[in-house]
Design a protein around this ligand. Structure first.
Ligand SMILES: [Zn+2]
Ligand SMILES: [Zn+2]
Ligand SMILES: [Zn+2]
Length: 493
């Protein structure tokens, strides 16, 4: 294992200790572009999809003929520019690597869409199954600035009432006459921070994943109860499949969006019995979401954990998804494509607000210096404090303090909702191999067969990101050219 040189993912800003001057960068650019292997370097960039912070690997691939023991080299990074192979970082966060995030978003959209309309080996008949888009919010932890609408009309945030009702117990005015624009930084901030239940808000984030798991356990029971069946009878007639994403609301609390579909049991994506309808599923989702709760409270050795009942918000929004325009009588149903786009968007977003730390906090002493909003700083403080008090195997509040307590995944799905990210990735690499002649053959010219030839890969991590600011500039320019070319090709098609 070699040590990683400092990643140069972006040109260092002013004030950077070793910021090279423009002349120095120009010199490095000239040096790179005049090398004989510059074309190969550009090809490598293209192969990573112009990843912004590619992982650099040293290594080789060798083949061993199992019958004779003969070995033959297949590939070595010795012949590559700088002796490294660039591999896409694969980060799904838009803020970290836009190109890789784009790939992930595309995959997420395909995965969701395949479960709604079929494709990718899922039969198109799934589009006729009962299917619902549901949003699970968190309850209120105290009044916050928000956008309120009645139809198309914006309403005041918290209209003034009589002087008595305007004051909270701390003497703060908790009315707000503003009609907030959707980029108003006040949105989501509490009207009185002292009234706001910060411990409950971070505990909700920390346990939201558990709450969801309980919901999925309860849902069959509620669906069975609605139809007068036993859970066992229901399970023999229907299976519940879902995909869900987590989204941060402005107040820094996660909520979930989910596509929930009914199939027949088994792995062939058959429709459930006809009496199972989308409106029954909507009702069962509302009932199950209202019923689940997680109690927190003082524990032996941790007397300071506040006693709270963590629940989803009072109203769970459920809407049937319409899959084809000719499906009659679906009322306010949602369009499947729009739902897929929506879910994919949130699969690549995480908490992203000015001044929030991108990494785990190492010490509580770092918190006062954070330049995020006072509200988020309070959330982080609450998570850090509670983290000291919770048992170690409990939600790792300190570990996830920079995420305001939420340490769960941003996209999860049940088995057999549709395809997996792994299947989509494998299909892509297969496609790439088929378009590279020779990639399907072993060094002795035979079709690849792992019963005849053993392939040994040995890789060593050499660092992340481009090696010089000049390389960063060149890579950004190459990415921009590739985008232009794609746009041009899309227009021409
Ligand atoms: Zn990347
Ligand atoms: Zn307001
Ligand atoms: Zn107050």
């Amino acid at each position: 294992m070699t040590t990683a040189p400092e990643a140069a993912t972006a040109p260092p800003g002013p004030g950077h200790e070793h910021a090279p001057g423009p002349g120095e960068i120009a010199g490095d650019i000239l040096e790179r572009t005049s090398r004989a292997d510059f074309g190969r370097w550009e090809t490598q960039l293209a192969n990573t999809g112009h990843c912004r912070r590619p992982v650099r690997l040293h290594g080789r691939i060798d083949a061993i003929d199992l019958a004779t023991g003969e070995t033959a080299p297949v590939y070595s990074t010795d012949s590559e520019p700088d002796g490294v192979l660039l591999v896409a970082c694969g980060n799904r966060r838009e803020a970290v690597c836009p190109p890789c995030s784009d790939v992930y978003k595309r995959d997420a959209r395909q995965l969701v869409r395949a479960g709604l309309a079929g494709g990718k080996d899922i039969p198109e008949t799934v589009s006729a199954h009962p299917c619902v888009f549901a949003t699970f919010t968190a309850p209120s932890f105290g009044p916050v600035h928000s956008r309120r609408k009645k139809g198309a009309t914006m309403l005041p945030c918290r209209p003034r009432r009589d002087a008595h009702a305007r004051r909270c117990p701390h003497g703060h005015d908790i009315s707000c006459p503003h009609r907030h624009a959707d980029d108003d930084p006040r949105l989501g901030r509490p009207l009185c921070p002292d009234c706001y239940d910060y411990p409950a808000a971070v505990l909700f984030n920390a346990r939201a994943g558990d709450l969801w798991r309980r919901f999925t356990t309860y849902l069959p029971r509620h669906l069975a109860a609605l139809t007068g069946r036993s859970v066992k009878a229901l399970r023999s007639e229907a299976a519940i499949r879902y995909v869900k994403v987590a989204e941060y609301q402005a107040r820094g609390v996660v909520h979930f969006h989910a596509v929930i579909r009914l199939d027949a049991p088994g792995d062939t994506y058959q429709p459930p019995l006809p009496w199972l309808t989308a409106s029954l599923l909507c009702q069962a989702i509302k009932d199950a979401a209202a019923a689940v709760g997680i109690a927190t409270g003082p524990e032996p050795g941790h007397p300071d954990i506040p006693a709270r009942m963590l629940r989803f918000g009072a109203q769970t929004d459920t809407r049937p998804i319409r899959h084809s325009p000719d499906l009659p009588g679906t009322g306010h149903a949602l369009d499947g494509q729009a739902v897929a786009n929506y879910i994919a968007k949130y699969a690549t977003k995480t908490l992203d607000a000015p001044g929030l730390p991108h990494r785990r906090l190492r010490s509580g002493l770092d918190i006062p210096a954070l330049r995020c909003s006072p509200h988020y700083r309070e959330m982080i403080t609450a998570a850090w404090r509670l983290g000291a008090r919770l048992a170690l195997d409990d939600p790792r509040l300190r570990q996830w303090a920079h995420m305001l307590g939420y340490g769960g995944h941003f996209l999860t799905k049940s088995r057999r909702y549709s395809v997996t990210f792994g299947q989509l990735r494998r299909a892509r690499s297969q496609h790439r191999r088929q378009h590279h002649p020779g990639g399907e053959r072993d060094p002795w010219g035979r079709p690849l067969d792992d019963t005849i030839v053993l392939i040994i890969r040995s890789w060593e991590y050499a660092g992340t990101g481009h090696q010089t600011p000049a390389d960063v500039e060149l890579a950004l320019a190459a990415a921009a050219r590739a985008r232009e070319h794609d746009d041009w090709a899309a227009r021409a098609a």
